[in-house]
Design a protein around this ligand. Sequence first.
Ligand code: RUQ
Ligand code: CUA
Length: 633
Amino acid sequence: MSKMRWTWLSVPMIALLIVSSIGCGPKPPGRRGARAGGGGSDITDAALKTYVAPGDLDEYYLFYSGGHSGQIFVSGVPSMRHICTIPVFTPYPGTGYGFDDESKEMLGGYSWGDSHHPGFSETGGEYDGRWLFINDNANGRVARIDLRDFKTKQILKIPNISANHGSSFVTPNSEYITMSTRMSVPFPEGTYADVTEYAEKYKGVVAGIKLHPETGEMSLGWEIVVPPFNYDLGDAGKKASDGYMFWTCYNSEREFIEGGKLEITASQKDKDYILMVDWRAAEKATAEGKAEMVGGAPVLDPEKVSDIAWFLPLAKSPHGVDVSPSGRWIIGSGKLSPTTTVYDIEKVKKAIAEKDFEETIDGIPVLTYASVREAEIPVGLGPLHTQFDERGNAYTSLFVESAVAKWKLPPYESGADMNQYVVDKVPVAYNIGHLVTAEGDSITPDGNYLVALNKLSKGRHLSVGPSIPESAQLIDISGERMKVIYDAFTEPEPHYAVMIKADKLDPIEVYKKDDPAWPKNPNAIWAKEDARVERRGKTVEVWMMAVRSFFAPDVIRVNKGDTVIVHVTNTEQTRDELHGFAIDDYDINVVIDPGETKTVTFTADKSGVFAFYCTNFCSALHQEMQGYMLVKE
Ligand code: RUQ
Ligand code: CUA
């Protein structure tokens, strides 16, 4: 059977074919044999649950971080089909991102980023479908994507943050997103101090990035200088814990011994911490002028300003910290411990009120572990991250065990054997990092799908040589037992992902002419008569129109050494009628969506005749959509 013929087969027929293919019947030709590690799934059931027929749409959008690709990948769930890539921190010729003046400026001279944790804007603790935020672990940045047009609109870089990992977690009404230092460096930023002075001169910083309630515009709210630990994962409190932000941290040994291997030196003590910040208190202290300006940022010092930050002791070398949908339970996972710790925010508040502290580190009180801990859950080996459903279950990824553990949130019977609360486990292929449930960071998760973001795919796909994609597995969590139902692959390398109901997003189809929702571009032209070339001294400015299937003007005459500014407007108002504007040998590649205007500025530094053309196949006469730039010596 050819691949083509699958398209007209109905779902029951496919199911029948698959059923007949297991057991005695032959396998569908062209498919390789099944591999091990599928989690014991029923193939027919899996096929029915994940098959989205041609023309049908998925139930959820899944936004994967793209890791060191710097991008975001968008897929549909349950089909797991890749739909598009949203370029964020890295130029992307496919959409012309990083080639026009505006996006080039936004990239700030960096050619990559390391995107780890996407987070949706929220209203009342629910995903509101307005914006998506994502951190850059490499260059201390965070970005905002507008979900009306799936485009990156802002990249914010702030001072004093080194390797922004514990980001971008969003508070329940999108007041703030988090940023934090993963690798402590001398403070303030730019100071030189040898690693032998690590304990005293190096510092971590955590920050609250304020969001404009209408536009989502990000700006620095405040920073807090914290001990030189490594601040890792974060989460924002909600409901019972609204008003707090949490970050795990490792290397509370506060040392960096040259040649000493951090993996060993940072695991000497048996406990590290979760840093908890009261962001309303930090906001108030900053407004009252208690912050000092350091490197251009308002920085609060817990040695001088009290009641803004606390430490919760946690099993050593922790990774994930996750807040349950009710906000009451804070889950911390120490990757070297076989248990996950549940804290009760009510007990935390009581311990703060009673000053029930073990000690104080650099002005930050450490709450007494026994007073704030609710339970330790024996989930298994190498717990990293936890997600939730709406039925009181938590799902923790186990890196070492290569599995997902499902367990019950409190209440627990006193004195009970905690093993009974770990109710199911499913193996994943292989070595899971993050995991995500549908709307899993909101106050009302959906509890039907979970995606395991695995670190190693080890050949569960056609071989592509040694540079291997990443694997993601779709898991059905609607029943008692979890079932792996689909394997998908992405470019390197998703860390976290977030999943939102498809009907919460309503992206535009074109930029409508005169739509007040979008800022008017003063260089837009909508008629051929307005197309023109103007020269001012050594600058040549072009107002160009692109429409099926020509450019106006189609000849640009310049002299070698001129500065050339081209504003291209795609005047189409029809969905999917994109045009491109590329100039041969000039490394120019602009893509203009219907109704959009983009500007590109360059120096005509090579003389000769250079063709320009449309890169996006737009009509039967797409090949004819071309012109010339003449550069006179
Ligand atoms: S990380 S595998 Cu979020 Cu960067 Cu946990
Ligand atoms: Cu316009 Cu191809």
